[in-house]
Design a protein around this ligand. Structure first.
Ligand code: MF3
Ligand code: CO
Length: 248
């Protein structure tokens, strides 16, 4: 069952999502060669706690940190560690927050220093794919219109979409129905309705879409070691159009 939210509930979700956006901004400012992913996790966690919110990922199915930091060929769910970022790396930061009864969830992928043209293109196309998915997040469309537009945007540029992980409904739970695959035919699945709150999150690989999970049980990496990018926003569909809750 897809839980619809009232305007008032969406307002409250926006508060949680605002903290997520602030954390991403804080982390962005601190990304540079030599910084460890663990240091980024601490920065994120202190900001979340300073807002009297709770890091949503910590303890979720035993996940050990407040954010996910996925570097280079890591797709999602990278665990912060003592590894230092190096010039030319790319790093995805995924943040989840629980505040006053509601969750917010967003991710962005950033270059460390300067990266080559093809890598820049991977980041740009993944963000564009998220925007394409959001553009289809309109009442009256079908759920898979989002999926299809993301796949189309990515594959037309020669990249591939990860199949093993999906976007999701979000609200009083971190993961609610529906699941939102980043691929599929248009015109299928439930009709999009005002009050739906969704976390849309394309994961895009420079090479093949296939992924492996490392021995830590969490970190997803591309099978062919190609680079991978991830962008995510929590959005609310309303009768007045789309509200991107995790944008500052
Ligand atoms: N954005 C991801 C998701 O929606 C992050 C979850 S990390 C986890 O699943 F640690 F909480 F699993
Ligand atoms: Co998510």
């Amino acid at each position: 069952m897809i839980v619809l939210k009232s305007d008032d509930e969406i307002k409250r979700m926006a508060e949680s999502c605002r903290i997520v956006a602030e954390v991403l901004e804080e982390v962005r400012k601190n990304i540079s060669p030599g910084v460890t992913t663990k240091a980024l996790d601490r920065i994120a966690e202190s900001h979340i706690l300073s807002k009297k919110a709770r890091p949503a990922f910590k303890g979720y199915r035993g996940y050990p940190a407040s954010v996910c930091t996925s570097v280079n060929e890591q797709v999602v769910h990278g665990i912060p560690s003592g590894t230092k970022l190096r010039e030319k790396d790319i790093i995805s930061i995924d943040v989840g927050v629980f505040y006053k009864g509601f969750y917010g969830d967003a991710a962005t992928t950033l270059p460390v220093g300067s990266v080559d043209k093809q890598t820049e293109k991977l980041l740009m196309i993944t963000e564009k794919a998220l925007e394409a998915g959001m553009a289809k997040s309109v009442a009256g469309n079908r759920l898979s219109d989002i999926s299809h537009s993301i796949q189309e945007c990515v594959e037309s540029k020669g990249f591939s979409v990860v199949r093993n992980f999906v976007g999701h409904g979000i609200g009083r739970e971190l993961h609610e129905e529906p699941q939102i695959p980043n691929y599929g035919n248009p015109g299928e699945g439930p009709e999009l309705l005002p009050g739906m709150t969704l976390a849309i999150e394309p994961m895009v690989n420079a090479g093949s879409w296939e992924v492996d999970i490392l021995n830590d049980g969490w970190t997803a990496v591309t099978k062919d070691k190609s680079l991978s990018a991830h962008f995510e926003h929590t959005v609310a569909i309303t009768k007045n159009g789309l509200n991107v809750l995790t944008k500052l």
